[in-house]
Design a protein around this ligand. Structure first.
Ligand code: ZN
Length: 371
């Protein structure tokens, strides 16, 4: 496959680079805000751009059911539909299917049958169907259909998930894609050395544009997750982007960047906003707390987001307590900016060969806030 990635600098295992997509270059490490239903909840695409977003994630599962990929294709594709002209990565929908385990009716070598969360109707995903769906959406990066086994699964079931993930990746690799669309393979195998190595070896043999580490951050112990990331990332080709699926807490982001991860996504910034909390260098602030009633400071002194440059904690607390939509929006803008800025600063630190010091200082500040 084509060269979708340029490595610009390495500092230890940490990497600074660029992912080249049909809708522009993505400087890495890159945090991808999640636009589940073709929107990052409450945030306008122009605001996302201003916050420093370089690539968005869309969820194939949700878009497939509502409003449907054919309708989106008819209206010019996902970029035009949601008025975001930058890069978009779509997942395959597999993670939603396999994490909503109660909805699964049957899994076989051909695909998975499940009940839609929207209306309970039986639906089926195969490597071919999710490839077609992502082609219709016209995303810049499509993901392979994989099986993310739950953390408590038996080894034989984990092995079966790895086997089917490779089988499906092989089939999806052969399906025509939208023009310029990249395709990433997803390695499974949890923290099992042999199975994770096998999965990575089989997928890299297929030669994808990039590789994701799936099946992590699903409930296993954090030290084990980081240890697995470290040795698994080393097994991936240096010339391809590496995507850690589903991490977005400030500490976790720094840990995976240090271990050689280039891209990551998480709903944490916007989900945290919906609980009335702000990510700051003083730790997570729960704005519902009475302590903020007369607090005239911004959420975070060092933040340049539209919330921090104009509004006080007291005002945002008032909005949250009155369930005003602006409160939710301001917290979302701030939390996204916090992670995007952290990631951008990590990139600069890697380029300057001082990532270890940068990470130590950032973790120190976050730990002090938590104490
Ligand atoms: Zn802010």
């Amino acid at each position: 496959m084509s060269d979708a990635y340029t490595l610009l600098a390495a500092d230890g295992a940490a990497r600074a680079g660029v992912v080249h997509t049909a809708h522009g270059d993505v400087p890495t490490p890159a945090f991808m805000p999640v636009g589940t239903k073709a929107t990052v909840k409450t945030v306008d695409p122009d605001e996302l751009r201003a916050l420093g977003t370089t690539i968005l994630l869309g969820n194939t599962y949700h878009l497939h059911f509502r409003p449907g990929e054919d309708l989106i294709a008819e209206l010019g594709g996902l970029h035009r539909f949601m008025a975001w002209d930058g890069p978009i990565l779509t997942d395959s929908g597999g993670f939603q299917v396999f994490s909503l385990r109660d909805t699964i009716a049957a899994v076989d070598d051909d695909g998975v049958t499940f009940r839609s969360v929207y209306d309970g109707a039986l639906a089926r995903f195969t490597p071919e169907s999710v490839a077609r769906c992502q082609s219709q959406l016209g995303s810049d990066i499509a993901m392979c259909l994989d099986i993310c086994a739950p953390v408590e699964v038996s080894r034989s079931e984990l092995e079966e998930a790895v086997r089917r993930t490779t089988l499906w990746a092989t089939r999806q690799r052969a399906v025509p894609r939208a023009e310029g669309q990249l395709l990433f393979g997803i390695a499974q195998g949890a923290s099992d050395q042999e199975l994770r190595r096998r999965s990575i070896a089989e997928l890299t043999e297929l030669d994808f544009d990039g590789y994701a580490l799936g099946g992590l951050a699903i409930g296993e112990e954090r030290p084990l997750m980081f240890e697995t990331t470290a040795w698994a990332a080393k097994l991936l080709p240096e010339t391809k982007p590496r995507y850690f699926m589903g991490i977005g807490d400030p500490e976790g982001v720094l840990e995976v960047i240090e271990r050689g991860v280039d891209m990551f996504d998480c709903v944490l910034p916007t989900r945290t906003a919906r609980t009335g909390s702000a990510l700051t260098w003083e730790g997570r602030l729960n704005l519902r707390n009475a302590a903020f009633a007369r607090d005239a400071r911004p959420l975070d002194d060092s933040c340049s987001c539209p919330a921090c440059t104009r509004f006080t904690r007291a005002y945002i607390r008032h909005l949250i307590n009155q369930q005003e939509l602006l409160g939710l929006r301001l917290l979302s803008l701030h939390n996204l900016r916090f992670l995007l800025e952290l990631t951008a600063n990590a990139r600069v630190a890697i380029e300057q060969g001082r990532f270890a010091a940068f990470k130590a200082e950032a973790l120190g500040r976050l730990a002090a806030a938590a104490a």
